[in-house]
Design a protein around this ligand. Structure first.
Ligand code: ADP
Ligand code: MG
Length: 235
């Protein structure tokens, strides 16, 4: 069964349709890419999936359960976590406490401290655990944001441009992390502009343009799809 299933989702801002009948399925153990030009509606789709924005029509299902009307906190309890394109970390808290706040919402809240210690280690953040995230370079801040999402032990993980601001070495390590997460059975949805990362880690790629899915397929097919190229060239 699909871990995350979005269907027929429409969102309008005034007269502007940011999403128009969008359907997307993300399965456990796979990385599903979501690409498209700026303003295509990618972040808005994450807002709908995570419960920050109610669509005017359409459905969101988590493991088959209809959560279209569920609050973000309820979706988190059902295993959904996300990161934000603009970092949304707590600057007054340490890196460790940013993760702890999230771990205390998750299914392993009784052993939250251990969960956080494990994740800090996994992301190589132990050395900066007592620092404020505001004091870190963007690439490291992105990892903290991913760590916070992981702290709720998600089954479905939505990542909004997680590699923006990372250098080549950080991005390569990040690709390895994504592969390890899918081996653990997580369903990952990756919004990313770095096409080499998308091509390297995604099992399937959805292309969004002006609020509509214009192509879906394996990365090697999407890369040479004429409709997709035209959308990127602003045709
Ligand atoms: P992407 O993440 O693909 O760059 P977004 O989802 O951020 O795209 O935006 C999709 C469209 O919706 C854009 O036209 C954007 O200007 C518009 N939009 C997004 N958020 C808002 C908002 N809060 N109010 C009005 N328009 C918005
Ligand atoms: Mg965006």
């Amino acid at each position: 069964m699909a871990s995350l299933q979005v269907s027929g989702v429409t969102v309008s801002f005034g007269g502007n349709r940011a999403l128009d009948g969008v359907a997307l399925t993300a399965e456990a153990g796979r990385v599903t890419g979501l690409i498209g030009p700026n303003g295509a509606g990618k972040s808005t789709l994450f807002d709908v999936a995570s419960g920050l924005r109610r669509p005017s029509s359409g459905q969101v299902r988590l493991d088959g359960r209809d959560v279209t009307r569920a609050r973000p906190s309820a979706r988190a309890r059902h295993g959904l976590a996300r990161t934000f394109q603009r970092l949304e970390l707590f600057g007054r808290l340490s890196v460790r406490d940013n993760l702890l706040v999230a771990a205390e919402l998750g299914p392993e809240r009784r052993r939250a401290e251990q969960v956080v210690t494990e994740i800090l280690h996994r992301l190589d953040l132990t050395d900066v655990a007592d620092t404020s995230p505001d004091a870190l370079p963007t690439g490291v801040g992105r990892l903290v944001e991913v760590g916070r999402a992981l702290a709720i032990r998600p089954k479905v993980l939505l990542l909004d441009e997680p590699a923006a601001g990372q250098d080549a070495e950080e991005t390569e390590r990040f690709a390895e992390l994504l592969r390890a997460l899918t081996e653990d059975g997580t369903a990952v949805v990756l919004v990313e502009h770095d096409m080499s990362l998308v091509m390297a880690v995604c099992d399937e790629v959805y292309v969004l343009d002006l609020g509509k899915i214009i192509a879906v397929g394996p990365p090697e097919v999407i890369r040479s799809d004429e409709t997709v190229l035209a959308a990127y060239l602003g045709d």
